[in-house]
Design a protein around this ligand. Structure first.
Ligand code: FMN
Length: 341
């Protein structure tokens, strides 16, 4: 299938907490496809974000949602309590309190789905599971295409069964959360270059690849390997339209921070981040309980961001993070597609 969602085969990754309507709009305006992050937002905030994108561009764009994670099989409360106890001193030292876990959280999924059925955006992308079939059917009826994030062939088959139109195949190089469908599963250590032939042998949907795509050369490689497009996050983090806060920027650009790891310390789900003091202290203790661990560390991360303290915030970064450049997002889209003319 040809890539037909945007003029250029570049998707701007949704980046919850850091991506902005301005970034999504700028990428779409430059000929790519911007994805507005919907994770952590209420339905009203998402509707507001969509309105803001539409004010900035009349090009197609998409929205990303987190699928709610079933928590029943995760109630490992003894280990969770031990992790909360370990977090308590650093949390109170930052002047904030550990919150009570909310086991019934769904990240406002149902209300955001209603917003999207009304908004009729070009693409709705999902992460953290196969999307429910009824949600896919409703989005199709509204005229949206469904892009499902997968990290291996089994997850790709589940996304096909759910009715997805395209897959985002995320390899280990990716910055931020790994989109593994099951929280407890250890993510594989394969990049999209290894994963793509395995997934293409099993499913016949168009595949977008993600993870460490930072240059025109990487884009060319991905298309030559059979991907229809690439999804890039880290490449856009330093752009003018990014919502990166000062603490995150300080850690991301510090040449002295050279270690990258996949850690559950911040949220309970595996995510690739630059190693800072928080990761050094808590990575080994972290428990695979999402979104509860995310709730526990949220006040601390917010306090770190407010204080400009890079040691307390999640420094999400893909393996290519050193190649990220400041400037307009449109320049990044142009650089990524320089070999395609
Ligand atoms: C700061 C940050 C936040 C992210 N947030 C999301 C998100 O909200 N939803 C999602 O599907 N993927 C998210 N991702 C993962 C991206 O979709 C994508 O897989 C990743 O950025 C690709 O790797 P790269 O950073 O090396 O380009 C995030 C990535 C980063 C760096």
């Amino acid at each position: 299938m040809n890539w037909s969602l945007s003029a250029l085969p570049i998707i701007g990754a949704p980046m919850a907490g850091t991506g902005t309507p301005e970034l999504a709009a700028a990428i779409s305006d430059a000929g790519g496809l911007g994805l507005l992050p919907g994770g952590y937002l209420t339905g009203a905030a998402l509707a507001d974000g969509i309105t803001r994108v539409r004010r900035l561009t009349d090009r197609p764009f998409g929205v990303n949602l987190f699928l709610p994670t079933p928590v029943d099989e995760q109630r490992d409360t003894d280990r969770l309590r031990a992790y909360a106890d370990a977090l308590a001193p650093i949390t109170s030292a930052a002047g904030v309190e550990l919150p009570e876990p909310r086991w019934d959280g769904t990240d406002h999924f149902a209300e955001k789905l209603e917003v999207l059925v009304d908004a009729r955006v070009a693409v709705v992308s999902f992460i953290f599971g196969p999307p429910p079939q009824d949600a896919v059917q409703r989005l199709h009826a509204a005229g949206s295409q469904v892009l499902a994030t997968v990290t291996d062939a089994a997850e790709a088959r589940a996304a096909v069964d759910a009715g997805a139109d395209l897959l985002c195949l995320q390899g280990t190089d990716a910055g931020g959360h790994r989109g593994t469908h099951c929280v407890a599963a250890e993510p594989n250590a394969c990049g999209w270059r290894e994963l793509l032939p395995l997934v293409r042998a099993e499913v016949h949907l168009p595949i977008v690849v993600a993870g460490g795509v930072m240059s025109a050369h990487d884009v060319r490689d991905a298309l030559d390997a059979g991907a229809v497009a690439v999804q890039c996050g880290s490449a856009f983090l330093l752009t003018d339209e990014s919502g990166m806060n000062a603490a995150y920027r300080a850690g991301f650009t510090d040449p002295g921070l050279t270690g990258l790891t996949v850690t559950r310390a911040f949220s309970g789900r595996p995510a690739r981040a630059i190693r800072n003091e928080f990761v050094e202290r808590f990575d080994a203790l972290a428990v695979p309980v999402y979104p509860i661990v995310n709730q526990l560390t949220k006040p601390l991360r917010a306090a770190g961001a407010a204080a400009g303290d890079r040691e307390l915030v999640s420094l999400w970064a893909g393996t290519g993070w050193r190649q990220a450049r400041p400037g307009p997002a449109a320049d990044v889209v142009a650089a990524l597609t320089a070999d395609l003319v």
